[in-house]
Design a protein around this ligand. Structure first.
Ligand code: THU
Length: 133
């Protein structure tokens, strides 16, 4: 699957966003090494802190179905915003543990595709080895 196709899949996931409060829609799609796709959308809640972001939904879905970081080939994260939506801080922290450092992260708002890695998006990471000594 090309990065354009993965981005397209993320836009399909974005249609499932539940965002009655922000009206900001985000979709994500993860591609695995056997060609499977796992989708995520942002799911909001009246208790705002209970909201789950799209990329976390997608990566939790991949893990929940038995696919861990070594089997994740790429993730696309898309929004309907005016500019590309970079992952929030909580998502960067989660992705830093659940993706390999150099796994491509495709970001798009439908106008262009930007490719990043979690190594670039989150320098000086707080990681497993800090906790388990
Ligand atoms: N959101 C995401 O889904 N991913 C991000 O990385 C940034 C924020 C969602 C959460 C909330 O539903 C809406 O965007 C506005 O913050």
């Amino acid at each position: 699957m090309t990065k354009e196709e993965l981005v397209q899949q993320a836009f399909l996931a974005m249609k499932n966003a539940y965002a009655p409060y922000s009206k900001y829609h985000v979709g994500a799609c993860i591609l695995t090494d056997d060609g499977k796709t796992f989708y995520g959308a942002n799911i909001e809640n009246a208790s705002f802190g209970a909201t789950n972001c799209a990329e976390r939904s997608a990566v939790f879905s991949a893990y929940s179905n038995g696919y861990q970081k070594d089997r994740i080939v790429a993730i696309a994260i898309v929004t309907d915003g005016n500019r590309i939506g970079a992952p929030c801080g909580i998502c960067r922290q989660v992705l830093s543990e659940l993706l390999n450092q150099d796994t491509p992260i495709y970001l798009s708002n439908g106008k262009e595709i930007m490719t990043k890695t979690i190594r670039e998006l989150l320098p000086m990471q707080f990681q497993t080895e800090d906790v388990i000594r």
